[in-house]
Design a binder for this molecule. Sequence first.
Ligand code: ADP
Ligand code: MG
Length: 238
Amino acid sequence: MTTVQPDRSIRAASGLPGLRTETLSRTYPSGDGQVLALAPFTHAFPPGLTAVVGPSGSGKSTLLNLLAGFDEPTTGQVIVGDTPLTHLSEADRADFRLRHYGFVFQNHNLVSILSAQENVEFPLTLAGVPPRRRQDRARELLALVGLEGRAGHLPSQLSGGEAQRVAVARALAHDPAILLADEPTGNLDSRTGERVLGLLQGAAATGRTVILITHDRDIAAQADHHLSVKDGEVSLED
Ligand code: ADP
Ligand code: MG
């Protein structure tokens, strides 16, 4: 398995901050009442790959959105290294996310007017990495995901599996400590799904915290750690 080597020239902080939650919960208004989408959850995510499984509507995406700081908790907090994410302003949170997080979604969310290469460069562009360095880094990552021959292709010219591999390359571009993936293999055939899983495992093997939501029991079984969510209650499976 190819592992992803941390790129010290791009990585700003040394050492990889860990991710933990303290009595993290979320309720949503629903009609006259409220729905408890996530019951209070306290957990220190170990480095490596954690699979999160659970039925549709159980609260998996709610958890991931809170971990990312996309959504604000009803109680508790998310702490990255020494930083309580929840206490940051929205602008600081966006900046923090840019530096420390990578994301892969079910639908690859590539920018349709940018080439594969430009999509992978995008987080580095936002981070102010000079063109030459970000081009080199994007080329290296496209090679890592086996797509060096597709650098100039637009997302519409890629297969679903190729686009998802570009999305993984993009998520890794700035060498994030935390990688969050919501059903990244949901739209892929099992062989391509395994390939995407291999890329996430490679990132996990270098000490990152990788959290993978999946419906696929075979994929989940290959993770280092397991969480299961049911009716908003998260439990440890190992
Ligand atoms: P999963 O990802 O496991 O399918 P979600 O986290 O998306 O589940 O949803 C958990 C519960 O919270 C569901 O009952 C869902 O309807 C509800 N929910 C999720 N997001 C919202 C929202 N923005 N507003 C209201 N209810 C929501
Ligand atoms: Mg979901």
